[in-house]
Design a protein around this ligand. Structure first.
Ligand code: ATP
Length: 789
């Protein structure tokens, strides 16, 4: 008996058959097709990692029927479904859903026309069951009364728990039922359900199937359902059995069982797989046939190269009739396959010729065809429609609910930046204290118990002791008797350095003072205070050196005053007057504060955005929203509104802590500083978005944002002046998103500059360029991913 794969007999209820109309989009058939797929090729990956998932797949789903899509794990079912709902694009081939190509404005898909239940739960754990349904009601802009009645109806039908239960507290099976309810909620024309009955008990599975049958019989809705429970698919009108990206057969369950004379669909599927396996092996062994096939395929491949080139082919051929694409081959009942491209005709005998062999190639003449003119591709890469009010309000409300429901997130969002700013102010930029220095004073007499007696008058006696009293008390003086002993303590890390006075320090110092220019070398050496430092810590080294020099200046001034001389007589003739901007001894905290403010806000925005979008995509929530007709721009705007208020709080807290609590001075326009910080938050959001579009999961997103942290911080001049970088690196540094804005904030804070100064407006310009650049990059990556994954 000859099998017709495409024009299969579908058990359409009698009351539906009458309503089927002639449909030109289905070619010469008198039935209407809900879904038609022709010659679908879909690959994942690029270059050497490219794998073909759908291989010239054809599928015909009659309107108002239930279509059970069966196949082993990984054969491409989900991929096919995601193409049907417009979430992925084919590399070549055609799809028509409800008469149009998915993704086109006239198709309504993504949108209200389709109800999609992805394999993942795709539910918000912090929503109650009722809130979940109401949220999707808002997305679809459904009437309140309808929403209420659906909530009640579906709760009863699917035996859902109480509406005020949080989704995250439901059992796995209950969550799947809620997910199913979401797909049914708006009563769509087409239901696409990816394994809806996984984890559902047999009784409920039965009621789910009953409901699906009612949807198709009473309302004429088309249902495509994938399942691993092959036998439950007996209730479908048509079954498509899929293997390795191809449909092995497509027919009604009863016909399949009868034709194969097997007791179960599982047996039929196994038989088909074995036949298919046998054919593959024969194809490998059958050189002449292989050559013929290869030759044919090569000719076809030249015409239909897989991948992006092929899309170009598609477009150029878009006016042609798709009926020509079904010409690959046919199987006859005896397992013979004939190539049919009108000129080539090759035959081979199947090893399984004594068993009825099902066709896995299309019969050309009876295949419903897709008239491309009716489903014109309108793949406008950056087509953006205006956001709709109802969807936007639903998304914004959802975002706020998710934040305020989750106390941990709320605290994290608002208090982490404030905590970081506090920790920064408490820990960075302060003078070190309790630094031990070894003092070896050979002027002290051991016979007098090494007592440090000195006078405060003009007499030159025990000047070493007098000098030591002028050292800052940040330095703790530890006396040692000999230099080697003190050096040993230095090596043990007991002291930061050793200060040594010679035997005749005071006497030599006096001679040196009196000799002026004629001081001898020995005199200079004898009057010197020698210091050995542990220079492994540059900052401490610098501080101690500074304090020793300052101490000496004060000591000398004191001596000069007591002798009635000019106090500054001993100063070197290089004097630092009042600074042009800022004060003398500006603290390191002041230098770092602008960089810190910006980096806190920037990196919070990066990690929050990347985390939010990756986890939303990972959980299938993004797909579900997009299939429901939500536009990416609406998701972005919704997120932006939400993130805006979060950022306002974060920035306010950080500025209050920096300026009010820790007294970081701001001499300029504070509002301008806040504005630049806010822009940097937006740059961070866009960068987070880019990370989310590039990364598959939370871990890789986290790694990428962490990997970007240090290079950005280092090259942005937060902790070290950019002037200290090699010249070629400076150019890179200035093109980084944070460098100019940090410099702008520094100028506003410390110099009081306004937006008319280059250094200030450069920060605004650079931030704006980065925002637009990153958004464009996101769009490009998203478009690329749609085709490559
Ligand atoms: N984004 C992707 N990038 C690369 N390969 C992918 C991607 N998504 C799926 N695949 C691969 O494509 C193949 C088909 O996957 P798909 O999810 O469509 O299978 P499936 O038939 O739905 O399987 P299951 O029944 O287990 O859900 C698998 O080998 C899978 O590893």
């Amino acid at each position: 008996m000859k099998r017709e794969v495409v024009n299969s007999r579908v058990l359409v209820p009698s009351n539906r058959l009458g309503s089927e109309m002639n449909d030109t989009s289905a070619g010469n058939n008198s039935v209407q097709y809900g879904v038609l797929v022709r010659n679908a090729i879909k690959t994942y990956g690029v270059g050497s990692r490219r794998t073909t998932i759908l291989e010239k797949l054809n599928m015909s789903v009659k309107k108002g029927s239930i279509y059970g899509l069966l196949g082993a794990s990984g054969c491409g079912k989900t991929t096919l479904l995601s193409c049907l709902v417009g979430r992925r694009s084919l590399n070549s081939g055609d799809i028509q859903v409800l008469g149009h190509e998915p993704g086109t404005p006239e198709s309504g898909i993504p949108g209200k026309q389709v109800g999609y239940m992805p394999q993942e739960l795709a539910l918000y754990g912090h929503f109650t069951l009722r809130e979940t349904l109401i949220y999707f009601g808002r997305i679809y802009n459904l009437e309140k009364a309808f929403v209420e009645s659906q909530v009640e109806f579906l709760s009863k039908l699917l035996d859902l728990p109480m509406g005020d239960r949080y989704v995250q507290t439901l059992s796995g099976g209950q969550q799947r039922r809620v997910s199913f309810a979401v797909a049914l909620f708006h009563e769509p024309e087409l239901l696409i359900l990816d394994e809806p009955t996984v984890g559902v008990d047999p009784l409920l599975r039965h009621s789910i199937w009953n409901h699906l049958i009612r949807q198709s019989v009473d309302h004429g809705r088309t249902v495509i359902v994938t399942t691993h429970y092959i036998e439950e698919a007996r209730q479908a009108n048509t079954i498509g059995m899929m293997r390795s990206g191809r449909l092995l057969t497509e027919d009604s369950p009863d016909d399949l069982l009868r034709d194969y004379n097997l007791p179960s669909l599982e047996n039929v599927f196994l038989k088909l797989c074995m036949n298919d396996e046998g054919k593959s092996q024969i194809e490998q062994r059958s050189e002449p046939l292989a050559n013929a096939v290869m030759g044919y395929t090569a000719t076809r491949a030249q015409q239909h190269p897989i991948g992006h080139d092929n899309m170009a082919y598609d477009r150029s051929a878009s006016q042609s009739d798709v009926s020509e694409i079904g010409i690959d081959c046919q199987y006859n009942k005896n397992g013979n396959r004939s190539l049919n491209n009108n000129s080539v005709n090759t035959q081979f005998n199947s090893a399984t010729s004594n068993s009825p062999t099902r066709p896995n190639c299309k019969e050309v003449n009876n295949s419903p065809i897709i008239h491309k003119a009716a489903s014109k591709r309108s793949r406008n890469v950056f087509r953006i429609r205006l956001p709709s009010y109802h969807r936007l309000s639903a998304l914004i409300l959802r975002n706020y609910l998710l934040i305020f429901r989750n106390l941990g997130i709320l605290v994290f969002l608002y208090f982490l930046p404030a905590l970081q700013a506090t920790i920064f102010n408490l820990t960075l930029g302060h003078e070190p204290r309790g630094l031990k220095m070894g003092i070896v004073n050979d002027e002290l007499n051991s016979s007098q118990d090494r007592v440090c007696n000195y006078t405060k008058n003009c007499s030159y006696s025990m000047l070493s002791c007098r000098y030591l009293t002028f050292l800052k008390d940040n330095i703790i003086q530890i006396p040692f008797e000999t230099v080697p002993e003190a050096m040993e303590a230095g090596k043990r890390n007991d002291v930061w350095g050793v200060i040594h006075f010679g035997h005749n320090f005071t006497k030599e110092f006096e001679i040196r003072q009196n000799s002026g220019d004629s001081a001898s070398f020995e005199n200079i050496i004898g009057s010197q205070i020698s210091v050995n430092m542990d220079s492994t810590n540059q900052q401490i080294d610098i501080f101690i050196e500074k304090w020793l020099l300052e101490g000496f200046g004060d000591f000398f001034k004191d001596l000069m005053i007591s002798c009635g001389h000019e106090p500054d007589a001993g100063n070197i003739p290089l004097v630092f007057m009042d600074p042009v901007y800022g004060q003398k001894d500006t603290s390191y905290t002041e230098f770092m504060a602008p960089g810190l403010i910006i980096s806190i806000i920037y990196f919070m925005a990066v990690s929050l955005t990347a985390g939010a979008f990756v986890s939303e995509r990972k959980q299938g929530l993004l797909d579900r929203s997009l299939v429901a007709g939500v536009q990416m721009i609406e998701i972005l705007v919704g997120y932006l509104v939400n993130q805006f208020s979060v950022m306002v709080g974060q920035i306010a807290l950080v500025f209050i802590i920096m300026i009010l609590a820790f007294g970081v001075p701001c001499h300029g326009n504070l509002a301008l500083g806040v504005f630049i910080t806010f822009l940097q938050g937006l740059v961070g959001m866009c960068f987070g978005l880019l990370i989310a579009t590039v990364c598959e999961n939370e871990i890789s997103a986290l790694c990428l944002s962490m990997a970007s942290f240090l290079p950005f911080v280092i090259t942005s001049g937060i902790c070290w002046p950019i002037e200290g970088m090699p010249f070629y690196l400076r150019t890179i540094s200035y093109s980084m998103p944070m460098t100019y804005p940090i410099e702008s904030l520094r100028c506003i804070f410390s110099k009081g500059w306004g937006v008319n100064e280059f250094d200030v407006y450069a920060g605004i310009v650079i931030s704006t360029i980065w925002i637009f650049g990153l958004i464009i990059l996101c769009l490009i990556v998203t478009r690329f991913r749609k085709y490559s994954s």
